[in-house]
Design a protein around this ligand. Structure first.
Ligand code: G3I
Length: 580
């Protein structure tokens, strides 16, 4: 009876975390009905120990193993209990559970899964019965289970079980963000890591179904691409992401080619002559950008080069050796390697303006004036729950300022961290923050066309590792269920009016001039007299409607640049007018 209750407890705990475990215990005699059946107990190299089955388990009559170590041998593994090989499968996740206690608090035992590979976990016991769990993924078929008694003391263990962790059911989504984004060629995506795609079916499936763009979170950074100088560039992880994206029609951003934090240890340890470093970086940019030429639509060429105070360029090994003009060179080399890629300067804490923004603005302005091939600025957008409307209008303001330089703006690393303790209303306001950000992109097309988040599920976000009091930053939760933020993004995208069916581009016929975005409007020339037309912005809001006459000026109140659609009254003739 006791055992059934115990099993139910384990199953419900695991269901919350990661699906469920199978009921079958893959070990035999895990409760030590007998001392030696399926187990052998060793004590060697001078170790002195005793072991026995006793009936002093957790409840009267329960059997357990009692192991007393009086003297250790010369190795940590000299005193051990070994269970026969059990049926492990390569790549499958397993959970070990056991109850244990020691004759004094703090004594340790080591549990091990081993054949040719070796996986282990040290358990620190107390002097009362406690349950311990350990999850691992088997690196091979068939493993031994071992307990190393590597500290002196008396230990009791009971109810040892290994169960297979069953994959959690993958939530099904009735709708898809990318479906609506694709209708207007908007890039909506997330930073990805390769092993998620390879080993986590839910990660792969939900990403693939919901998004149409991606950026490697780490795999294209120099330390990840080139961790060891002698071994050369390791393409495996970056290729995994690029190949997946290409197979599934996802647009790819590249991140990044130069970053003060993205310097491999061996690179930092070298003594560089300026010429040698310059040649090295040129070759690096040509090699990396060249490999993915035509596959990566947009590259973060230089990342976070302005220091936090917002005035000066950061001082690190590359700027110290080559000066700040390395920024220009990086863009020139990237352009040589792929002349079609959109080349971006990417940074944080510039989104709402201020000193750092001004410095970036001047840098980009100067680069443009000098003919350096820079095509965009990336606003990272690592935000909290910023619900004040002034916050978003200042972002839109900076977007417009950048656009005036003749370059695009991408939102490149959006997340909205919530402060702990997180309350239900926080999820709702997080949703409205995500919606506001998406509306900024939609209102400012074609200057903006990328809404990239730094991950998509709270299960895999950098935030909790870096900030202990912040979490749940993304639109999909840890178990892959949609949050209000997901619903808000979907709702905004659904309002977008697509160009479909019989759509015919009549902009040339009806648009005569829109020379001055602030006031001029445009002249309609090719209209069908008597027909009702609507001017709709990309979010679906009707901005003007009526029967317009040939030669009439419309759109004078559309003071913002952006993408507008003219719908003819018969619902068939649709046209997208881009006010640049
Ligand atoms: O994969 C290794 C693992 O094998 C090892 O055991 C573990 C021990 O430290 O490290 C793991 O690598 C970590 C990696 O994240 C994957 O989790 C690195 O140490 C850690 O430095 C790395 O952090 C990344 C960070 O950039 C530094 O590269 C974050 O994932 C990533 O989200 C973050 O992203 C940056 C952008 O590139 C630029 N903008 C800011 C953004 C957030 O900091």
């Amino acid at each position: 009876m006791k055992k059934v209750a115990h099993l139910v407890f384990i199953i419900s705990l695991v269901q919350v975390l990661s699906g469920s475990v199978s009921a079958q215990n893959l070990l035999q005699n895990g409760n030590f009905q007998q001392l030696n059946q399926h187990w052998i107990h060793l004590s060697q190299n001078g170790a002195v120990s005793t072991h026995a089955v006793t009936d002093s388990g957790r409840t009267t009559g329960d059997t357990c193993l009692r192991f007393s170590v009086y003297q250790l041998g010369s190795n940590a593994y000299d005193v051990q209990s070994i269970h026969d090989v059990w049926n492990a499968t390569t790549g499958s996740p397993y959970r070990v559970t056991l109850w244990a206690k020691a004759n004094a608090n703090g004594r340790k035992i080591r549990i091990i899964a081993q054949d040719t590979a070796y996986l282990n976990s040290d358990l620190t016991l107390t002097n009362t019965w406690q349950q311990y769990t350990w999850d691992f993924t088997s690196p091979e078929n068939g493993l031994y289970f071992k307990i190393h008694w590597f500290e002196a003391g008396t230990f009791m263990v009971q109810d040892i079980a290994i169960t297979k962790i069953l994959p959690a059911p993958i939530p099904s989504y009735p709708d898809s963000l990318q479906h609506y984004a694709n209708r207007i060629n908007l890039n909506i995506g997330a930073a990805l890591f390769p092993s998620g795609l390879v080993y986590e079916p839910a990660y792969r499936k939900i990403y693939n179904q919901q998004f149409n763009a991606m950026v490697p979170e780490n795999a294209m950074k120099m330390p990840d691409l080139w961790p060891n100088e002698a071994a050369g560039i390791q393409w495996k992880d970056a290729d995994t992401l690029v190949n997946f994206a290409m197979r599934n029609g996802k647009k790819i951003r590249g991140h990044n080619l130069l970053w003060y934090q993205g310097i491999p240890g061996w690179f930092a340890a070298k003594t560089w002559q300026p010429d040698t470093m310059r040649k090295f970086l040129k070759n690096y940019v040509h090699t990396v950008v060249g490999r993915y030429k035509g596959k990566i639509y947009e590259w973060d060429v230089v990342n976070e080069i302005i220091e936090d105070a917002g005035v000066n360029f950061r001082s690190f090994i590359v700027t110290n050796t080559l000066g700040n003009s390395i920024v220009d060179s990086m863009f020139v080399w990237a352009h040589q390697a792929d002349s079609n890629a959109i080349l971006v300067y990417n940074d944080y804490a510039i989104e709402t303006g201020g000193t750092k923004f001004n410095t970036v603005f001047s840098m980009v302005q100067s680069m443009k004036q000098r003919g350096i091939p820079i095509h965009g600025v990336g606003f990272q957008c690592h935000f909290g729950n910023n619900s004040g409307s002034g916050f978003y209008s200042s972002i839109e303001n900076t977007v417009r300022q950048i656009a005036a330089l003749g370059v695009k703006v991408s939102f490149t690393e959006i997340d909205m961290a919530l402060d702990k303790p997180i309350q239900q209303p926080d999820y709702v306001s997080q949703g409205s923050c995500y919606a506001q950000m998406l509306r900024i992109v939609l209102r400012n097309r074609p200057i903006m066309n990328t809404f990239m988040m730094w991950g998509f599920t709270d299960k895999h976000s950098w935030i909790p590792q870096y900030f202990t009091n912040r979490d749940e930053t993304l639109p999909i939760d840890r178990n892959y269920y949609p949050k209000p933020a997901y619903d808000s993004l979907l709702a905004v995208l659904k309002t977008v009016v697509p160009i479909t069916g019989n759509a015919k581009d009549i902009s040339k016929e009806i648009l005569q001039a829109w020379p001055n975005p602030s006031s001029d409007g445009f002249m309609l020339t090719g209209l069908t007299p008597g027909q009702t037309y609507k001017i709709v912005d990309i979010t679906g809001q009707i901005r003007e409607q009526g029967i317009f006459s040939i030669g009439q000026k419309v759109g004078e109140d559309l003071s913002t640049s952006g993408t507008y659609i003219i719908l003819a009254g018969d619902g068939r003739k649709k046209v997208m007018l881009v006010k640049e």
